[in-house]
Every structure is written in structure tokens, then in C-alpha cells.
Write a protein that binds this ligand. Structure first.
Ligand code: 5GP
Ligand code: MN
Length: 310
């Protein structure tokens, strides 16, 4: 990476806090080393992340045609997760922490023990000898805060807190960032949350919570389609609930998000439907949904719960 002059960064479609924070922090560090850096993503950042410093440098496009010396793909278990075409023949550096990474890069740095890709980026910035600025520290902190579910998921280790200590030393204000992420949302988001929880169904002896979203509900709640982050986690607050499945019906397809507690492995369920993710947070898309497929999703989650109890 030190030899490359022109570097392109990218990450997965429908970016989250980790993909945005990791890309922005690495871009800032590489620019400090005098490199030309572009970030190209297929989808814009959710409104929630509008406060991130330098967010405007991210270009939104579905292809990358200009020449560059290296492409750094962050947070993607496979190259097609980027949704960006024209990357295949490039010198690709794959940096990721998702189980099942298919090692598509010319260089692959896959670390399943990282709590967020931002942990890897933080180590990389260190190795490049670049000092953390407040903006870079903010990027990394938002990535770690959101990808760990506010420091609650598995994979949080002493290393996580060591990195956060360095981030805090760089001058960020954790309380202000938490306020931006958690108490600066829209009324529509809260209204939609109410509608979804009100209609929540429980399956498998109240161990699976099922949420269903239709476009009409978005309109009724006056909530933007990309303003639904975090809602899927809420049913986990119930003692008996072991997993949550959130079906988001849009047009002809259904995006499915699954969350779980402890040893319940929902990644395997997502993989069985062509998706992926982590043990406790995974997702996939059903292209041609039927009542039978959604039933099957719930059955496979029930099996994952049963397996975790053996
Ligand atoms: P979310 O439910 O928030 O969209 O995604 C949860 C986790 O699963 C994230 O780590 C995300 O990258 C991963 N994920 C979501 N959808 C897909 C998918 O279609 N394919 C793969 N490989 N991973 C996914
Ligand atoms: Mn991540």
C-alpha cells in the first residue's frame, strides 16, 4: 500500500457505521501520506451519519472505471458485496472481519476476531505511522460504537478498549458522539418503531420475534426508507427472545435482517439463503418471496436456537 499513489476505497452496499468510519479514517490517513484517494460506494450514507467529518468525499457510483494503483475493499466478505463494477481486474486489498470471507483480494487481511473492521484500520493507520487526528478518531469511534451494538456484542476484547483509549486520547468526545448516534433521530423513526413493535409477532414459544415492514408503513410514519437502523435489535430486550427476524418488503423483494443472542448462530441461517454476516447479526435478500419462504426462514432460526441449546 505504501507504493501505491492512487488508491480507491470501497465497501458494501447500504453502508453502516463501520463501513463508513473505516473508509473515512483510512482515506484521511492515506491522504496524510500524500496519496490520491477516492472513495466510491454504491449507496449513500444513512441520514444518521450526516455528522461524520468529511462524509462528502464519498462518491456514489455503481462502477469504478478510472485507473488506480490499488483498491482497498473494506468490510466485504466477497467482492460482489460492493455492488460496484469494474474492480475485478485491479490490485485488490481485502480488509474484513466477517466470517466466511472468500479471500478475493491480491492481498487478504481477514481477522474474524476484530470487533469491527475499524479495529483493523486503526492498527493499519498505526503501522503506516500516521498520527490519529480528531476526525479520524471520530470515524473509528463511530465504527466501533455502532458495530459492537454500543459495546455489547461478542468479539469485544481488551484490544477494543486499547484502541478506544488511543481514540479518546486523540481528543474525541464520546458523549457527544453517542448523542449524535442515539438521540438525534427523526420523529418518523420513533413512530415507525412504535408501529413495528405494536405488530411484532412471537414464534417458537416466544423465542423468535418477527417484525414486518411494508412501504405503506414508512409513508404512514413519515419515515425515510434508510432511517430504520437499530429497530431490529429492540425485541432482544425481552428475556425470552433469542432471535429477531425483520422482513423489509420493498417492491418485489424482501430484505431480511436477523439478530440473535449469545450462541444462537444466525449467520448460518443467512448463508443458507445466500447472505452472510456475523453469528449474532446477519442478513440476506429473498428475491421472490412467498409465504413458504418466510415460514422457512423462521423454521431455520428455530433450528439455530435449538442447536445453541444442545
Ligand atoms: P443488516 O441486517 O444490518 O443489513 O446486516 C447485518 C450483518 O450481515 C452485517 O454485517 C452485514 O454486512 C451482513 N449482511 C447483510 N446482508 C448481507 C448479504 O446479503 N450478504 C452478506 N454476505 N452479508 C450480509
Ligand atoms: Mn463491521
Amino acid at each position: 500500500m505504501l507504493d501505491a499513489r492512487n488508491v480507491l476505497l470501497t465497501s458494501h452496499a447500504r453502508p453502516d457505521g463501520d463501513s463508513l468510519g473505516s473508509q473515512l479514517a483510512l482515506a484521511a490517513a492515506l491522504r496524510r501520506l500524500g496519496k490520491q484517494v477516492r472513495i466510491i460506494n454504491i449507496d449513500p450514507a444513512p441520514a444518521l451519519y450526516a455528522f461524520l467529518p468529511d462524509l462528502e468525499i464519498i462518491e456514489i457510483a455503481d462502477s469504478a472505471t478510472d485507473p488506480c494503483d490499488a483498491v482497498v475493499v473494506l468490510e466485504c466478505s466477497s467482492l460482489d458485496r460492493t455492488g460496484v463494477s469494474g474492480l475485478e481486474e485491479r490490485m485488490i486489498i481485502n480488509i474484513d472481519h466477517h466470517a466466511g470471507n472468500v479471500m478475493y483480494g491480491s492481498l487478504n487481511w481477514f481477522d474474524e476476531t476484530a470487533c469491527a473492521c475499524a479495529e483493523q484500520v486503526s492498527d493499519l493507520i498505526d503501522a503506516l505511522g500516521v498520527e490519529l487526528t480528531e476526525a479520524m478518531a471520530t470515524h473509528l469511534y463511530v465504527a466501533i460504537l455502532t458495530d459492537t451494538g454500543s459495546f455489547r456484542h461478542a468479539n469485544i476484547t481488551a484490544r477494543t478498549f486499547e484502541i478506544c483509549r488511543r481514540i479518546a486520547t486523540a481528543g474525541i468526545d464520546p458523549a457527544r458522539i453517542a448523542a449524535e448516534v442515539y438521540t438525534n433521530g427523526s420523529l418518523g423513526h420513533v413512530r415507525l418503531t412504535g408501529m413495528l413493535l405494536d405488530r411484532m409477532q412471537l414464534e417458537y414459544d416466544r423465542r423468535i420475534a418477527v417484525l414486518r415492514l411494508h412501504d405503506t408503513m414508512l409513508a404512514e410514519a413519515e419515515c425515510a426508507a434508510d432511517d430504520i437502523e437499530g429497530i431490529v435489535n429492540l425485541p432482544l430486550a425481552v428475556r425470552d427472545v433469542r432471535a429477531v427476524v425483520f422482513f423489509k418488503h420493498t417492491g418485489t423483494e424482501v430484505r431480511v435482517s436477523v439478530r440473535s443472542k449469545a450462541a444462537v448462530d444466525v449467520r448460518q441461517v443467512a448463508v443458507s439463503f445466500g447472505g452472510g454476516g456475523h453469528r449474532n447479526a446477519a442478513g440476506f435478500t429473498i428475491e421472490h418471496p412467498t409465504a413458504e419462504t418466510t415460514r422457512q426462514v423462521i423454521t431455520r432460526i428455530a433450528t439455530a436456537i435449538a442447536n445453541s441449546e444442545q
